[in-house]
Design a protein around this ligand. Structure first.
Ligand code: AHR
Length: 492
């Protein structure tokens, strides 16, 4: 029996809804086919954007969407993606398969997508190969409501009113594909570029600097020291790669239990990264004004056999569902510093929520976890403590359980729990401090096998079903988590 305590008097504050954000790049079949089919397609669409994908994303309340990259962002010239389609120049997508990018999905289409989904836009600008002027003009094009060359150009392209631009990233991975820069050099460039990311009209932009790659603590130190007062958020990228190297990442669907537990162990590393980067940020920003923006995270496996290696298409199993739950619990726990997070990459790429095949669409196990966890958006995080019972295989050990909790606007207590062991159920005795529960309702995502997944032939193998394994008797709550499961409980 595992003892767990939830203390509603202990809280780190509000879980920002954008912690449940996503990332979509011009990569493989994410934008084209995944979202964009064009208005003359036989696939039902709204002004070129497929309706089934929009409806699925709306249903889980996707709060924020990052675009156009990724590495693509520092190659992207926004003026190529506006105006009549037939006049938009093509480019080569050098990072992702060397395929032709026809620029049919550009600024107007991205804002249309955000409007349809109800997501706040997060646009990432080009520092690596773009100019200050180009970035400045893009912001003016998107947000200025008066007469100006860029605002008038926007009007000529069919959009009278400016859009609300919530987040702007000043470059992506500028330590790597975004220019191979040293942190000192980028910190100076950031200050220069960010100066011209102006708050036009009533729009107020949350400016995000390129942050560290994984455990590059020196990068965080330099950025905070040189630029903290010019930025609102600092990004962090970390992918869960089970294999020993980037050339042997492991299969998404065919794996051993050793790979299973290794994947979960590597997913847990996000906790250490947030703690350590945040400790550095605390030295320059004790009030935690600057947000840590985990704008790329998720599993990264070898591509599905037979698919273009540059398209990063991978399947998604119950293992990915657990990785997602563990990350989201971690972000919830650190809601005082983690202001936004963006899973890579929504449709058909990496740890996708959705897979498409022409007119067909399926929801992955990861999608269903985001469905369960939407209850935490804007909730007041509350403290969860539990015994350190372990699931061990060989020399690798992880906790039996991952958990986080929050109280929503109606005063309900929402608790998310995952059992990481693929064989054993976990019995939990729950002590609710400061909350008197009269009833509990539950939903669960689980599976029979470690590799269980949804396919176009069998799209409902892993889904959300009601959960009856929790009971409230006076002050005592008992829960039995099935092996490899993610559960959301709501107490009233
Ligand atoms: O998500 C795929 C790639 O991973 C992104 O383009 C880049 O930012 C990161 O290295």
């Amino acid at each position: 029996m595992l003892s767990m305590r939830i203390d509603t008097a202990k809280s780190k504050g509000t879980i920002h809804k954008d912690v449940y954000g996503h990332f979509s790049e011009h990569l493989g079949r994410c934008i084209y086919e995944g979202y964009w089919v064009g208005s003359d397609s036989g696939i039902p669409n709204t002004r070129g954007i497929r309706n089934d994908v929009v409806a699925a994303l709306k249903a889980i309340k996707v709060p924020a969407l990052r675009w156009p990259g990724g590495c693509f962002a520092d190659e992207y010239h926004w003026q190529d993606g506006i105006g009549p389609y037939e006049e938009r120049p093509s480019m080569i997508n050098v990072h992702w398969g060397g395929v032709e990018e026809n620029n049919h999905f550009g600024t107007h289409e991205f804002f249309e997508l955000c409007d349809l989904v109800g997501a706040d836009p997060y646009v990432c600008g080009n520092v690596g190969s773009g100019t200050v002027q180009e970035m400045r003009q893009w912001v003016e094009y998107m947000t200025f409501d008066g007469r100006s060359p860029m605002a008038d150009l926007r009007r000529r392209n069919g959009r009278e009113l400016p859009w609300k631009l919530t987040y702007f990233g000043v470059g992506n991975e500028n330590w790597g594909c975004g220019g191979n820069m040293e942190p000192e050099y980028y910190a100076d460039l950031y200050r220069r570029y960010a100066t011209y990311v102006r708050n036009f009209s009533a729009n107020r932009i949350y400016r995000i600097a390129c942050g560290p790659n994984v455990d590059n603590y020196h990068w965080t130190e330099v950025l905070m020291k040189k630029s903290a007062r010019y930025l609102d958020g600092l990004s962090l990228h970390y992918y869960t790669v089970p294999g020993p190297s980037w050339t042997e990442k492991g299969s998404a669907t065919s794996f051993t239990e050793t790979e299973w537990i290794t994947t979960l162990k590597k997913a847990m590393y996000m906790e250490e990264l947030i703690v350590k980067h945040s400790a550095i940020m605390d030295r320059y920003d004790a009030e935690k004004r600057v947000g840590l923006i985990v704008d790329e995270w998720g599993t990264w496996y070898d591509v599905e056999p037979g698919t273009n290696p540059g398209f990063l298409y991978q399947q998604n199993t119950i293992r990915d569902a657990l990785v997602a739950a563990m990350h989201l619990d971690t972000f919830n726990r650190h809601c005082d510093r983690v202001r936004m997070a963006n899973l890579a990459q929504t449709v058909n790429v990496l740890q996708a929520l959705i897979l498409t095949e022409r007119g067909k669409m399926i929801k992955t196990p990861t999608y269903h976890v985001f469905d369960l966890y939407q209850v935490h958006q804007n909730g007041r995080q509350v403290d969860v403590e539990f015994d350190d019972l372990r699931y061990t295989l060989g020399s690798t050990s992880v906790p039996q359980v991952s958990a986080s909790a929050s109280i929503d606007g109606s005063g309900r207590l929402n608790l998310t729990l995952s059992a990481l062991n693929p064989h054993d159920a976990v019995d939990i005795e729950l002590d609710l401090r400061g909350f008197s529960a009269k009833s509990v309702k539950g939903r669960i995502v689980t599976a029979n096998e470690m590799s269980s997944r949804n396919t176009f032939e069998e799209p409902e193998t892993v889904g959300v079903v009601p959960f009856n394994g929790a009971s409230v008797k006076e002050t005592s709550v008992r829960v039995t988590l099935p092996p490899m499961s993610v559960v959301a409980l709501t107490f009233e």
